[in-house]
Ligand binder design. Structure first.
Ligand code: NAG
Ligand code: NAG
Ligand code: NAG
Ligand code: NAG
Ligand code: NAG
Ligand code: NAG
Ligand code: NAG
Ligand code: NAG
Length: 418
């Protein structure tokens, strides 16, 4: 096994020299998952939750995720709060706080969460490392699309993300001899990409997108997302302390967007308390019982953004891990949620999946149409898969294989020949 991987990387190297001499690669656009984009903030505040929180910053400064800032979570979390106005249907940032993704179009916002500590906060770093070795170049044929992951698709539309992404994909295609792009997305980014692509015409898709590679996609939501709202969850990002995200998750619309979809979970009990059980259909009641008013207001809107799943007419490759214990249900040691919940469930029921997203949600990829290919990676975790050599090989093959002209070489065949 190790032997084959060693050979594969050697071949990737010679392959790249050959290909760049012959012509450009088909472009790749990377869309990260929940909490996987680097965000920066600019402050001009009058009120802060603690005296030591900054009020003003003349320049943009790293917000998510600065491990240094995370040591003062009171400030960080208050700056990350997002508000919904049910009258206008619009979202806004905390008063006096501006937030934007870092290095739009480049890789600075998608490779590592804290760019000063890339080894312990990796996102797409190993994948981009592999693609660069294969000859890909940042902002030439390899692009990043970081975004405000607090928002669901409706909010991302409001802040101009989809418009930006349209321009980025069009630019990527145009500047690479008209070769359509491969969109590579992880986790929440798959739902974001689905919303984006489902809104495009067949003509636009044909010209601009050769396929969507969806890694660890929660197509039918995830039971873990319920825990995010009830008591906080770090979505498999190990450096983030478990409870840190809870206040953000309990206001952010991307949380309920990831709730288990009623059509896939049916009447299965997902959350138990002494007096009341909740199935996927009871999600709204759950939010009301937790007194998460903002999430209760956005749930009816965001849960319909991608459920039921649409049939799409572009090619999708779903790649995901399996064989990891994954949360399937929670038993809380209280009679009922009366506006609050314990920090952790008393008991967690487990089933198959990638450790974060349940098998039935990963497999719901099949429901997107006939043009889907499913590929499972045994023993790969939700986020660990991003550093998996098997994934790198698949993506390189798909991306370079979509070249419009010139010789295209199946890396798998080359490996066998070697
Ligand atoms: C900061 O906010 C105040 C109002 O709270 C406003 O008068 C001022 O112009 C703002 N400063 C900058 C640099 O935007
Ligand atoms: C919501 O927006 C409306 C219209 O702009 C405004 O009048 C109202 O005060 C806003 N509500 C909140 C809670 O900010
Ligand atoms: C947050 O701030 C940025 C920068 O000012 C702005 O572009 C964006 O629209 C704001 N987000 C929301 C949800 O209002
Ligand atoms: C959109 O792109 C511009 C650069 O063209 C960038 O400054 C801005 O932050 C981006 N906004 C979003 C929401 O992606
Ligand atoms: C909740 O569900 C569990 C398991 O399905 C069941 O044993 C229990 O009786 C249910 N409790 C209530 C209050 O419905
Ligand atoms: C959301 O979908 C459900 C059925 O899945 C439907 O009953 C409901 O009216 C929809 N809500 C909105 C706001 O479209
Ligand atoms: C499958 O996807 C390809 C590439 O996007 C497209 O040309 C083709 O029409 C699709 N086929 C079906 C059956 O949807
Ligand atoms: C699965 O992965 C874990 C670490 O992520 C490792 O300890 C274990 O040996 C692996 N099991 C198999 C069967 O490869």
């Amino acid at each position: 096994m190790v032997h084959i991987i060693g050979k594969a990387s050697f071949i990737l190297l010679s392959f790249s020299i050959f290909c760049t001499a012959e012509g450009r690669f088909a472009p790749v656009v990377l869309v990260p998952g929940l909490a996987g984009s680097v965000l920066e903030a600019r402050l001009n505040r009058t009120d802060t939750p603690a005296w030591y929180c900054s009020k003003k910053s003349d320049n943009w400064r790293l917000l998510w995720l600065s491990l240094q800032e995370a040591a003062r979570p009171v400030c960080l979390l208050d700056e990350l709060a997002v508000f919904y106005n049910a009258t206008t249907g619009r979202y806004r940032n905390q008063t006096g706080v501006e937030i934007r993704p870092v290095d739009w179009g480049g890789l600075g916002g998608v490779e590592a969460l804290d760019p000063s500590l890339p080894q312990i906060t990796p996102v797409y770093e190993s994948l981009t490392g592999g693609l660069k070795k294969a000859g890909y170049k940042e902002r030439v044929d390899l692009f990043g699309a970081p975004y405000d992951f607090r928002l669901a698709a409706d909010g991302l539309e409001q802040v101009g993300f989809f418009q930006n992404l349209t321009q980025l994909v069009e630019h990527a295609v145009k500047s690479n001899d008209g070769q359509p792009a491969t969109i590579v997305a992880h986790s929440l980014g798959c739902l974001v990409s689905l919303s984006f692509l489902a809104g495009k015409s067949a003509d636009w898709l044909k010209q601009h997108v050769s396929s969507l590679v969806a890694i660890s996609a929660p197509w039918a939501g995830s039971v873990t997302a319920l825990k995010g709202s009830i008591s906080g969850d770090n979505f498999d990002i190990s450096v983030i302390p478990h409870g840190l995200l809870r206040p953000v998750q309990s206001t952010a619309p991307s949380g309920p967007w990831l709730f288990p979809s009623p059509d896939q979970w049916g009447d299965k009990v997902l959350v138990q308390t002494g007096k009341r059980n909740y199935t996927a259909k009871d999600a709204l009641q759950l939010l009301k019982d937790l007194e998460l008013t903002q999430q209760a207001a956005v749930y009816p809107i965001v849960h319909n953004l991608t459920y039921p799943l649409p049939k799409v007419d572009f090619k999708i490759f779903c790649m995901y891990g399996m064989g990891k214990d994954t949360d399937e249900g929670y038993v809380y040691d209280v009679d009922a949620f009366d506006g609050s919940a314990p920090d952790a469930p008393k008991k967690i029921l487990k089933g198959d999946g990638d450790g974060t997203v349940n098998a039935r949600s990963l497999e719901a990829c099949k429901r997107l149409g006939d043009n889907v290919t499913l590929k499972t990676f045994g023993n790969a975790s939700h986020t660990g898969i991003l550093a998996d050599k098997r994934l790198l090989k698949e993506i390189t093959t798909i991306a370079t294989g979509s070249r419009k002209s010139g010789p295209w070489i199946d890396i798998g065949t080359l490996i066998q020949q070697a």
